[in-house]
Design a protein around this ligand. Structure first.
Ligand code: CTP
Length: 443
């Protein structure tokens, strides 16, 4: 019996896939189809896959062409599979010509002509053709964000609203709807990404939602939880997505870390310590440090997501650079929960180790600096032989995943649950507390 094997993602199964499977089957008597797992796809940069692994498996099974379906989970698995199943022929489409020649050492490799004019990427693009306008004045941040849209099918940045466009990258300069008028940008795009001063968020979001535009906004959404609540309500009324942009929340490693904690891997959580410091802008002449505004939401995220938002008490300790007390160069917030404690330390005018430690009754999770760009973490126990290390690919500092999540939310008409509404409200509330100097100790 001649055994044939082929691999693919098979997202939104299409005519090109079916033709490939038919021809693969004809090469022998028994066809094995390897379907890539979501995690493996992410590690090879395929982050847009629309269907879950089980949906993709079901679609391939329904063709009736596969005698056996397996899941491809790791680099190098093809060799293992070929040996394990005693495969005679390995085949894939001609877009891979040359890439799998190394498998000739184990079986015959055949590339089949790719069917022209169709691909999963195109289908995904067709489904979600969301245009996005960006508003903000800091070139570095806007450049970084804009350069990520090419990795995300179905989302396209078409204009920037800024007084600073001439200092942004070439790709931005060429966009069709660049403007210094927000209303013009709104008119020409389906959605808006807001990366401006916090004081402007409320007005900009309200305007966008009232004009029927979806919104992705840097955190905190407002420095007032009532306003944030009102905006979420407005978004719901208008059947629009309002999503908070904290990159960390969309990274695979961070999401897995939260799941492991919730699954009890370190026992009951008794303490969380999150530190974020960044002095990269401190030496710019006119830079106004805003440690909490720029880093507080990130640091609060794991605390509110793990311990919840019903803390019993808190205390803010800040050092300010100015008399008006708007520029906190250092802020520390301590929380007391029923059965736990937590603290954040954020600074743009001081340096410390940017790590995250989650202390549990059985062990702890350690995420090394800079933890907010999480791609790696460890679970550590008293007995070090039980320690475990976890690594997950992180591309584009997480912006890419944030965009994928936003596009999926808009398409599915339901906000992704990466940042729950109560967490957003608690973040806004803490921004308000600092602004109103509530429970604040100055140092
Ligand atoms: N394939 C094909 N003809 C097409 C599309 C895909 O023969 N028009 C083949 C690929 O060469 C591969 C298999 O189908 O052997 C699975 O491909 P996959 O990457 O899942 O599909 P694509 O449509 O190429 O997906 P994407 O656009 O995400 O790359």
């Amino acid at each position: 019996m001649k055994k044939v094997i082929t691999y693919g993602t098979f997202d939104l199964l299409h005519y090109g896939h079916i033709r490939l499977l038919e021809r693969a089957k004809q090469l022998g008597d028994y066809l094995i189809v390897g379907i890539t797992s979501d995690d493996y796809d992410k590690t090879r940069g395929k982050i847009n896959v629309q269907q879950s692994l089980s949906e993709r498996v079901a679609a391939v099974r329904a063709t009736g062409l596969a005698d056996k379906i397996i899941v491809e989970e790791y680099e190098g698995q093809k060799i293992d599979d070929i040996k394990k199943y005693k495969v005679d022929i390995f085949t894939v489409g001609s877009d891979w010509v040359g890439k799998f020649d190394y498998l000739n050492a184990y079986c015959t490799v055949k590339y089949l002509d790719r069917t022209k004019g169709i691909s999963s990427s195109e289908l995904r693009q067709k489904d979600r053709n969301l245009t996005m306008g960006v508003i903000g004045d800091v070139p570095k941040a806007i450049n970084k964000f804009q350069s990520e849209d090419k990795y995300v099918n179905g989302i396209c940045i078409t204009g920037v609203c800024s007084k600073n466009i001439e200092n942004m990258n070439d790709a931005i300069q060429k966009l069709e709807f660049n403007t210094d008028k927000y209303s013009k940008l709104l008119k020409n795009t389906d959605s808006i990404y807001i990366n401006t001063d916090l004081e402007k968020h409320y007005e900009l979001i309200t305007k966008a939602l009232n004009e029927g535009k979806h919104v992705l906004c840097e955190s905190p959404i407002c420095d007032n939880d009532k306003q944030t609540k009102e905006l979420f309500k407005l978004a719901k009324q208008k059947k629009l997505i309002l999503m908070e942009a904290i990159k960390t929340a969309y990274s695979t490693a961070y999401q897995r870390l939260i799941l492991l904690v919730k699954a009890g891997k370190i026992g009951n959580v008794v303490s969380i310590d999150a530190v974020c410091t960044d002095m990269s802008k401190a030496d710019q002449d006119d830079y106004k440090v805003k440690s909490f505004q720029n880093w507080g939401p990130n640091a609060l995220l794991p605390i509110f997501q793990i311990l919840g938002t019903n803390y019993k008490d808190y205390r803010i300790i800040s050092h300010f650079n100015d008399e008006e007390k708007t520029q906190d160069s250092f802020t520390k917030i301590d929380f007391v929960y029923e059965n736990a404690t937590a603290s954040i330390k954020v600074a743009e005018g001081a340096k410390s180790e940017g790590e995250l430690i989650i202390t549990g009754t059985k062990g702890y999770i350690y995420v090394p600096a800079p933890w907010w760009k999480t791609d790696y973490f460890e679970i550590r126990y008293e007995n070090i032989v039980n320690n475990k290390r976890f690594f997950y690919q992180l591309d584009g500092e997480g912006i890419r995943y944030e965009l994928v999540s936003f596009a999926k939310s808009v398409q599915g008409k339901e906000k992704a649950d990466n940042i729950e509404e109560n967490v957003s409200l608690a973040i806004s509330k803490m921004a308000m507390n600092l602004k109103n100097k509530k429970k604040l100790i100055e140092i």
